[in-house]
Ligand binder design. Structure first.
Ligand code: COA
Length: 339
């Protein structure tokens, strides 16, 4: 029982062909492609094809059909339900236990709650997935917005053995069904230290913008003095700036209305203050800082940010579940009894 690893940092629990995170150099590879390359060229369907071993045309057809089928079976969620609670409830219902149904259900519930409609809009089976998510959510579907949402989905589709993927793989390793694995992923993603960060990032940016007499550095210092973390900063694996922050910053620059300048100032000041407080630990911007600015510029309310993340990451979870089933071993760590 020696060698306890509290938090499993650096522990390798599986081999994967899906993605690779190089935390020291700040590189993310998705199915052999650098995230910088893929995010600016691929669509959601392209990345589904890469992760789920189909062609992009097959992915588009299956996604369209699955959205229509999911629309027919899902209940309408009332808009006072938290989107992540609705996602968890939707996926926990008995339903088809296949990848496309899971992806479609996450997209539909997210869009319905984003749109604030009691009766969800019907999907368009022929539309591209990102376009349909924007349309069903009731936000602008211009080409620039579709391109930006595709880039976001591609950027966050998978990320090594992140917590929600690990949760999904643990459940898969017990021989459980796919929907149970996805529900586990949703539960982990919901946490503010994982996918729940971009909403609070936007709260922070709004608070800084609405107090022009308090310089950003002063505002951040007060947060740190109160023992709170600066959202959108720091990462368990990256010791340099998260490469996804770079990608999404560039996407934000292509969108009208993205409050990029504010984000950059906050990043610079937060990085400086965190370096003073933690000289031995590089704490730089992570993906959530620019996710918040991007999704805000697309017209989404912050309550939907985490479920939009799930719209993409569900592809990663499903691909990892497939891999775990094929090559993985039952995941069962141990604990040290101190009682
Ligand atoms: N703001 C202030 N302090 C932070 C910080 C942040 N964003 N991130 C880390 N720290 C501090 C920790 O409190 C810790 O301090 P201590 O040694 O005095 O206890 C120290 O830096 C080292 O933290 P670290 O080991 O790197 O954190 P972790 O690996 O356990 O956590 C995160 C990683 C991402 C959860 C953490 O950086 C965080 O909470 N960030 C804010 C939330 C966020 O943006 N999440 C999205 C992740 S993609």
């Amino acid at each position: 029982m020696d060698g306890m690893n509290n938090g499993l940092e650096g522990v390798v629990v599986a081999e994967t062909r899906l993605s690779d995170v190089d935390g020291a150099r700040g590189r993310l590879v998705l199915r052999g492609h650098a995230v910088e390359e893929l995010a600016h060229t691929a669509t959601f369907e392209d990345v589904c094809a890469l992760f789920l071993d189909v062609t992009p045309a097959q992915a588009r057809e299956r996604l369209g059909a699955a959205r229509v089928a999911a629309h027919a079976r899902l209940p309408a969620y009332s808009d006072d339900v938290e989107p992540m609670d609705a996602l968890r409830a939707a996926l926990a219902r008995p339903g088809p236990d296949d990848v496309w149904s899971c992806i479609a259900e996450v997209a539909l519930v997210t869009s319905q709650l984003a749109s604030k409609r009691r009766a969800p809009l019907a999907p368009d089976a022929r539309a591209a997935h990102a376009h349909d998510v924007l349309r069903m959510s009731g936000v602008d579907t211009s080409d620039a917005h579709v391109r930006a949402l595709d880039a976001y989905f591609v950027t966050v589709v998978d990320h090594g053995m992140n917590a929600s993927t690990f949760a999904a793989r643990v459940v898969a390793s017990m021989g459980s069904d796919l929907r149970s694995c996805v529900v586990a992923g949703i539960g982990a993603l919901k946490g503010p230290l994982h996918g729940g960060a971009p909403g609070p990032v936007l709260d922070m940016l709004d608070a800084i913008a609405s107090t022009p007499d308090v310089p950003p550095s002063e505002w951040l210092l007060r947060e740190l003095a109160a023992g709170r973390r600066i959202m959108g900063m720091g990462h368990r694996v990256y010791r340099v700036r998260d490469p996804r922050a770079e990608v999404l910053e560039r996407v934000c620059a292509s969108l009208q209305g993205a409050r990029l300048e504010l984000g950059r100032v906050v990043e610079r000041e937060a990085e400086r203050l965190l370096a003073e407080r933690h000289p031995g630990r590089a704490l730089k911007a992570n993906v959530e800082l620019f996710t918040a600015l991007l999704l805000d510029a697309l017209g989404f309310a912050r309550a939907s940010f985490t479920s939009l993340f799930a719209c993409a990451r569900v592809v990663g979870w499903c691909a990892h579940v497939g891999e775990q089933r094929q090559t993985g071993r039952l995941i069962r760590p141990a604990s040290r009894y101190v009682g």
